[in-house]
Design a protein around this ligand. Sequence first.
Ligand SMILES: [Mn+2]
Length: 332
Amino acid sequence: MENKLDTLQKIWKAISDGKNFFIAGHLNPDGDSLGCTLAMTSLLERLGKTVYPYAAPVIGNDLKFLPGLSKIHVGVLPEKPDFDTVILLECSDRQRGGDLETVLSKAKMLVNIDHHLVSDEYGNVNYIDSKASSTAEIIFQLFESSSEECPLLPTADEATCLYTGLVTDTGRFVHSNTTAEALRVASALVALGADVNKINQVIYFTKSYIELKLLGRALEKMEMRFDNKYSQIILTRGDFEALGATAAQTQGIVSQPTMIPGVEVSALIKEEPDKVSVNLRSRGSVDVSRIAQTFSGGGHARASGFKIAGKSVNEVADQLSKVVYDVVKDIE
Ligand SMILES: [Mn+2]
């Protein structure tokens, strides 16, 4: 990527030139993806633009409090995909947002804003900063770069959306991406009115009975391997059915085993109706995005995942186990 400030100015040029915008984040939208989609939508609307914010289903209950969420077209693509400008957030390649090609191919301007480690420069303008904690951090920097004398700053609702992206992508300011810049941006967002108390209550201190029972079942099934350097949890369809739970209710489970000293990699392997999906977490020394890439997945060094269709849950677990063994066997 060229000079950051130059690229931010190119994004502002795209914003001022455009009239009809389509904005989307990635599949399985998370706090960063939705928070940035909403903050950008609100910003563009304030500037008098027409915006079609899109998100792929399903939106987790813990993110439904986000201000402006009802504006998002969840899983519904526009009938006439005539947008002059498309902004893709958090999408490391042009397929990451789902089947958006009808929209993407018609746009005159495609802006790509992302912070993933491996990311394609598929846009007309590409702002890719893998050192940024979150796309929310980049969007805040975009706000700040709007004008030297009088920058256009986020409203309180926009700040709440961006803070949600920051707090979720840093794991509540715990992961190694919790940099001085991430904390500076968080501080600025709090000063602008981000509703920190509500974000914490809804995202981190609210769980349903079924989610807690599922956590209990998952911990019961946790297995340790390779001198306790690898923790594996398999949740089968039977586990989900017994509790009336779905794979979407497993948030936070994969991080639990990384509390055990010595665990380098934690895997949560879920048998879903049409596929097996896997979440990976690392305590520090292992880059689990490389493990995920072996299975055509992706993500971050400490948090990533992948999905496989057409294989049994045990086959996936065995294959993953072999890859993890090669990675952790020489760690002291
Ligand atoms: Mn992100």
